[in-house]
Design a protein around this ligand. Structure first.
Ligand code: ADP
Length: 188
């Protein structure tokens, strides 16, 4: 089983690349953002608990997020590999993920960051906002999501980097070129 963390700020292209990677490698794709939105829309107990955070562009508390992620992984015992998208977003989440994978007799084999500048992120998100149905895509909320990334999530990079586990891929350019770069890492 090969597991991948795809890392990057909002608008880095994680969703686009995840779809392609899923198709080529058969990963089970776990996007914590998609999962939270599902719970919110279906007004599950979890959805009610996280609604305020999501609608305001704030990170959901770590333990809530970690519990949901573990549950999702446990639902897929047949998986040959997981692609984690939008998780981990904090160092405690990254530590929890390592411990959890280890408890399953597995590991995170690849951590790839899509490198995109903050300026590019803001431009892309502004474009996406124009056509988005997401309630958390209001200008102010999007701003807060980007700020949360640079305040909290970016610290996950040195965590992995210090362990020599981080690969970086240029996230600006043609979708296919970026995809090839990701495949080269996974196939190496
Ligand atoms: P984006 O499009 O900004 O990358 P996502 O769709 O990944 O956002 O996530 C949407 C929202 O879900 C986040 O703003 C946050 O409230 C919540 N969320 C998603 N993943 C996590 C996580 N790993 N930790 C905490 N909150 C999360």
């Amino acid at each position: 089983m090969k597991n991948l963390v795809l890392f990057g700020p909002p608008g880095a292209g994680k969703g686009t690349q995840s779809d392609k990677l899923k198709e080529k490698y058969g990963f089970v794709h776990i996007s914590t953002g998609d999962l939270f939105r599902y719970h919110k829309e279906h007004q599950t107990e979890l959805g009610k608990r996280v609604k305020e955070y999501i609608d305001n562009g704030m990170l959901v508390p770590d333990q809530v997020t970690i519990d949901m992620l573990q549950e999702e992984v446990n639902k897929n015992p047949e998986a040959t590999g997981f692609l984690f998208d939008g998780f981990p977003r904090t160092v405690p989440q990254a530590e929890a993920l390592d411990a959890f994978m280890q408890s399953l007799g597995s590991a995170i084999h690849h951590i790839i960051a899509l490198d995109v500048t903050e300026e590019e992120v803001r431009t892309r998100i502004e474009k996406r906002r124009a056509i988005s149905q997401r309630i958390d895509d209001e200008a102010e909320t999007v701003n807060r999501r980007i700020n949360e990334y640079y305040a909290k999530t970016i610290h996950v990079l040195p965590y992995y980097e210090a362990q020599g586990r981080l690969a970086r891929v240029q996230g600006i350019g043609e979708v296919e070129v970026i995809f090839s770069a990701l495949c080269n890492i996974l196939d190496a």
